[in-house]
Design a protein around this ligand. Structure first.
Ligand SMILES: Cc1ncc(COP(=O)(O)O)c(C=O)c1O
Length: 396
């Protein structure tokens, strides 16, 4: 079964079910057992020393590595077509571990377009405290001119949170490689089912596994995948030193979530396309930001690098803040909450929630207005979601 980890000839649904896992050697259990051990015994004194030095394989301590967590890592690596992966306690733990492992004082990081508010905080506020300079470019066209000899990392999120901006991953990978920088893509919105950044030349792909990967709103996690030469230092810093390891209980939920990832992402993407088309024609809606709509500025690039256009969209309501409040309070099937990528459809107001800590002028530059609402389409029946949206928009 090991070959499943690297084979690209198997379909995504097969990889999602079987990748990185096989029945338990001891019991035959098909579902991966939860190994709730904090420490693992080694056979003798010398073996303990060899495991710590890395000469001998074997588990030591669950902050470093854990068998249940390892299955999640291998399954995700199989889906992303990565050599290896490291799981973290949350998406932010994954992002922080990656950036702090790759960057040292004096380095520069270029971040493209909009990022999740928490990531913006790390890049713009935390990294400078450690002598690392963030350089912002609004899109890929500005990237080449922004490189200096100190640029070590290029960070992008596509589609981006919350405006669904699309960045050309192959072009970013090409430019970063030419400049000797490591390219990092946050693939949370697309998931490996829709986009595989590593196949487009990106060096490192990461996720908030809290979203589509878990998919049921019951687990918090993160994961970083790529070549072992880049992932090993991220594991050392993120888990051994920062201590941001994933719990085996969460890993078990994320393994189960990954098994249905292709089915869930396909269903929510198809539904989102229909919802976006409905909203696009509604008189209370000024703009629908969804890469599946032909007029979206990223439509051509998204068509190239995404299998479908995903389950998330943002809408700009004509009535601004008051309309956003009324609309969100009237929704009944769609739940007001800040997460995304769940079976349940969720909607939120980024300016007052997910991106409230982002400075107002950066929010304005990024199009995070008071009338912007983000909607994550779940797997409910499309017609029920459209009916819910229709009644919530009535009278706005
Ligand atoms: C694109 C993106 N990346 C990272 C994160 C952070 O993930 P977590 O909440 O699991 O720490 C989020 C959270 O919303 C996100 O939307």
């Amino acid at each position: 079964m090991k070959h499943l980890n690297t084979s690209r000839s198997l379909g995504m649904r097969t990889l999602a079910v079987h990748g990185g896992q096989q029945p338990d050697a001891l019991t035959g259990a098909i579902a991966t057992p939860i190994t709730a051990a904090s420490a693992f015994s080694y056979p003798d004194f010398d073996s303990g020393a060899r495991r710590f030095s890395g000469e001998e394989p074997g588990y030591i301590y669950s902050r470093f590595a854990n068998p249940t967590v390892a299955v999640f890592e291998q399954k995700l690596a199989a889906l992303e077509g990565a050599e290896t992966a490291v799981a973290c306690a949350s998406g932010m733990a994954a992002i922080s571990a990656t950036l702090f492992a790759l960057l040292v004082p004096g380095d520069e990081i270029i971040h493209i377009g909009t990022l999740y508010g928490g990531t913006e905080g790390v890049v713009r506020n935390l990294l400078p405290r450690y002598g690392i300079k963030p350089v912002h470019v609004t899109n890929v066209n500005e990237l080449e001119a922004a490189f200096t000899k100190n640029t070590k990392v290029v960070l992008v999120e596509t589609p981006a949170n919350p405006g669904l901006d699309i960045a050309d991953l192959a072009e970013i990978a090409r430019l970063a490689k030419a400049a000797g920088a490591v390219s990092v893509a946050d693939n949370t919105f697309a998931t490996p089912y829709l986009t595989r950044p590593l196949e487009l030349g990106i060096d490192i792909v990461l996720h908030s596994a809290t979203k589509y990967i878990g998919g049921h709103g019951d687990a918090t996690g993160g994961v970083v995948a790529g070549p072992a030469a880049l992932i090993t230092p991220i594991r050392t810093l993120g888990l051994k030193q920062f201590g941001g390891n994933l719990s085996p209980f969460e890993a078990s939920l994320l393994i189960r979530g990954l098994k249905t990832l292709p089915l869930r992402v396909e269903a929510s993407s198809l539904s989102a396309q229909a919802v976006a088309e409905f909203l696009d024609g509604h008189s209370a809606v000024d703009t629908v930001f969804y890469p599946g709509l032909k007029q979206h500025p990223g439509h051509a690039t998204a068509s190239k690098q995404m299998k479908l256009f995903g389950g998330i969209m943002a809408i700009e309501l004509k009535g601004g803040l008051n309309a956003a409040r009324t609309f969100l309070d009237k929704l009944s099937i769609i739940t007001q909450a800040v997460s995304l990528g769940d079976t349940d459809s969720l909607a939120c107001h980024p300016a007052s929630t997910t991106h409230s800590a982002v400075a107002p002028e950066i929010r304005r530059q990024s199009g995070i207005t008071d009338g912007l609402v983000r909607i994550s389409i779940g797997i409910e029946d499309t017609e029920d979601l459209i009916a819910d949206l229709q009644q919530a928009l009535e009278g706005l």
